[in-house]
Write a protein that binds this ligand. Sequence first.
Ligand SMILES: Cc1ncc(COP(=O)(O)O)c(C=O)c1O
Length: 379
Amino acid sequence: MKIPFNKPLVTGKEAEYLSQVIKSGKFSGDGEFTQKCSEILQQETGCLKAIMTPSCTAALEMAGFLCNLTAGDEIIMPSFAYVTTAGAFAQRGVDIAWCDIREDTKNIDEKKIESLISDRTKALVILHYAGVACEMDVIMEICRKHHLILVEDAAQAIGCRYRGVPLGKFGDLAALSFHETKNIQCGEGGALLVNNPAMVERAQVLRDKGTNRIHFDSGMVDKYTWVDLGSSFAMSELQAAFLYPQLLELEAINGKRLETCRLYRQKLSGLFPPGKMPVIPFGIKDNGHMFYIMLDNLRERQRMIEFLDGNGVMAVFHYVPLHRAPFWKGKYHDISLPVTDRVSETLLRLPLYYDIAPGEVEYITERIGLFPGCVEYFV
Ligand SMILES: Cc1ncc(COP(=O)(O)O)c(C=O)c1O
């Protein structure tokens, strides 16, 4: 038996919608399915405008543009993040003040944000790791007090809530991912959620290669032209048609993944204390995007990866701290982020996908129980 880390979700209804696109002859962006997906996301998150994009990375790049950042500006973000969470802003030439993360949720440590704010700080970029919300009450207050733009990387967080409010609704801007590793997917895909009314129109101009095509489409101008910076940020109808049936079933899909997480937690509870598995603080609803365990150190994690691989189970780690990436050529070398370093060396993600069988989870957890190091956790 070989258990992969991920199997991209296919509900069985995608082919029908894809064939509708083929029959319609409309393949590029802003067609029927793109609009339907966008409407569902607006309803689901309560955002002002959901713009479907070719990837979450593209949505983050749009956010980088919309924040009007230039060289010399600074943003604050966690170093325990995805490459393009930072890359989208690094493209604008900004400096980054790297913030450490919380030991429990692996999200930005809200208590450490204010000490990083300087005259140059323009934006705060947060990431809801594993779909578990950051501490939004505190973060919103910091942004209000210091007039910071807030961008949520909600790539993993579709369907999640903080005290009843959908993630993606807090930031001036938020980015979602529909990459094949996410709960719902269309191969590559994403969305930019815009909550700041002043950014809605410019976001659409940006998406349309910097042209005023939205005004042309609504009859306001008789030809469209180049009015701003922009790029090709529209999701195609093919991607949207694939995603649409998955969006319709979002709640059931997330529900099934949450059941798998419950089973993992139950089966591993004799081996790992609660703090060494995902911690979901009170008032937070997650979406079962990820299940992980925390090992004692880097060596133990490597041994566990090899042990599981030898038992036909693929488990993976991430993220390598971004502030020490070769890209920066040592620029942030001296920064100390102890929790980031520890989590980066000890977190191990276990297989999790929509139709993983309970028997497979039982097999994985049984094998983990046979790993020699695990016996230490019993005492
Ligand atoms: C937290 C986070 N941000 C951004 C991305 C980038 O998403 P995409 O592959 O859709 O560009 C990912 C994808 O893995 C992610 O997990």
